[in-house]
Write a protein that binds this ligand. Structure first.
Ligand SMILES: C[S@@+](CC[C@H](N)C(=O)[O-])C[C@H]1O[C@@H](n2cnc3c(N)ncnc32)[C@H](O)[C@@H]1O
Length: 382
């Protein structure tokens, strides 16, 4: 049995916050799947007599699962969160709950999983991300590892069982509890010598190779909006450039190829994006010309430090459609640009970001429209 510090019996999930991620009345920092995974994880770990160092958590959005385990006395649990915002929320939530000795979030690499005998996972939406995660567990965790992967029933598909089945001999789906369900995988299969990710594709027409880890926007495809914005590279000024929300880094790489003397920073809040962008930069021979950073809305970059910002903003936030994430990046671009600097944005024409671009940044002109997409140029007012 583990000492529960008085927290585990009734873990105060309601005290967890999403901050610095977007907060709103319909968005909370934990869900029924977190509860199911964490309860089951604690029970399984106690039954098998595991220590915290033998447990890893993947996809622990704001830390609900790892913090619940810590409150139950499991010390040294390793955690992976994709989002920079999730990592910061986890740190703040741990501090607020007075749960010390927590591991800092790890990357999806061997250090996260070596020696792990229990892995708890929030199922990702995308099958490629699940495939990469399952391969990582089979590749690096202990041979007797048990993977408990949970999701909302409405977001789960049978294809997920098949993806887990490619890395594990045994995969069982359990009965749903409060609209969530666990998939339990064990007996890892032999893995290929090298992980399949990142996957790369070369686009001769764009003169570019794009590389992608499992969880990144558009995978190794060049998104239609991204491709449209690429057509304007020659009209952008040369200088210090920032690819804000860089995803695979396609825009940063293409800008650097078109402006060889420019200093380029690519930044994204997703670790999968950061790893993808680093692979894209390497595949295009641009090491030393493009720096990739894991950050929320480039918060660590100084004000008025960029001559050009490239932006293909998100408009989906988790399951809910929410403009907040895109508006936040437009406001960040306004902060980051020097007076006279230019923000080049591509967006779905029906979204009408023009007013916000004008008020936050400055004079905004439509530079192109094609099918569903609009490209604008906003000049930072002094
Ligand atoms: C539509 S994708 C565009 C990716 C890439 N620029 C492209 O054109 O292929 C939007 C990207 O913004 C990132 N993002 C969303 N909110 C962010 C934030 N607050 N800070 C940094 N990146 C963010 C997402 O992770 C995603 O990679």
């Amino acid at each position: 049995m583990h000492d529960d510090d008085g927290l585990a019996g009734a873990f105060p999930y309601e005290r967890l916050r999403r901050y610095p991620d977007v907060e709103a009345p319909n968005l909370q920092a934990w869900d029924a799947t977190d509860l199911l995974i964490a309860d089951r994880g604690v029970a399984d770990a106690e039954e098998r007599g595991l220590t915290g160092r033998e447990i890893a958590v993947i996809g622990d959005n704001y830390g609900a699962i790892a913090l619940r385990l810590a409150a139950a006395g499991f010390v040294g649990v390793r955690v992976h969160q994709d989002l920079a915002t999730g990592r910061e929320a986890f740190r703040r939530n741990a501090e607020e709950l007075g749960l010390p000795d927590l591991q800092m979030p790890c990357e999806l690499e061997s250090g996260l999983l070596e020696g792990a005998r229990l892995v708890l996972m929030q199922l990702p939406r995308g099958l490629a991300e699940l495939e990469e995660g399952a391969d990582a567990v089979a590749r690096w965790a202990a041979p007797d590892v048990v993977l408990l992967a949970g999701g909302r029933v409405k977001h789960m598909t049978l294809a997920m069982n098949d993806v887990l089945g490619a890395s594990f001999e045994v995969v069982n789906a359990e009965l749903a509890v409060r609209k969530s369900r666990l998939l339990v995988a064990s007996v890892p299969k032999a893995v290929p010598e090298r992980p399949r990710f990142p996957v790369c594709a070369t686009y001769d027409d764009a003169g570019l190779t794009v590389c992608a880890h499992g969880g990144v926007f558009a995978g190794k495809r060049l998104d239609v909006g991204t491709r449209f914005l690429l057509g304007f590279l020659g009209r952008m000024p040369s200088g210090e450039a920032l690819d804000l929300g860089c995803g695979t880094g396609a825009l940063a790489a293409a800008y650097s190829l078109a402006h060889p003397d420019a200093v380029v920073v690519a930044t994204d809040r997703s670790a999968a994006a950061v790893r993808s962008a680093r692979a894209t930069i390497a595949a295009n021979g641009l090491e030393g010309r493009v720096v990739v950073e894991h950050d929320d809305a480039a918060a660590s970059r100084p004000d008025a430090s960029a001559d050009v910002v490239l932006l293909n903003p998100p408009f989906h936030l988790g399951a809910s459609v929410h403009a907040g994430a895109a508006l936040r990046l437009i406001d960040a671009a306004a902060r980051l640009l020097r007076p006279g600097g230019e923000l080049w944005t591509v967006y779905n024409s029906h979204l009408d970001y023009r007013r916000r671009l004008r008020t936050a940044v400055g004079r905004t002109s439509v530079e192109g429209q094609s099918g569903r997409f609009t490209v604008t140029r906003s000049v930072r007012r002094p």
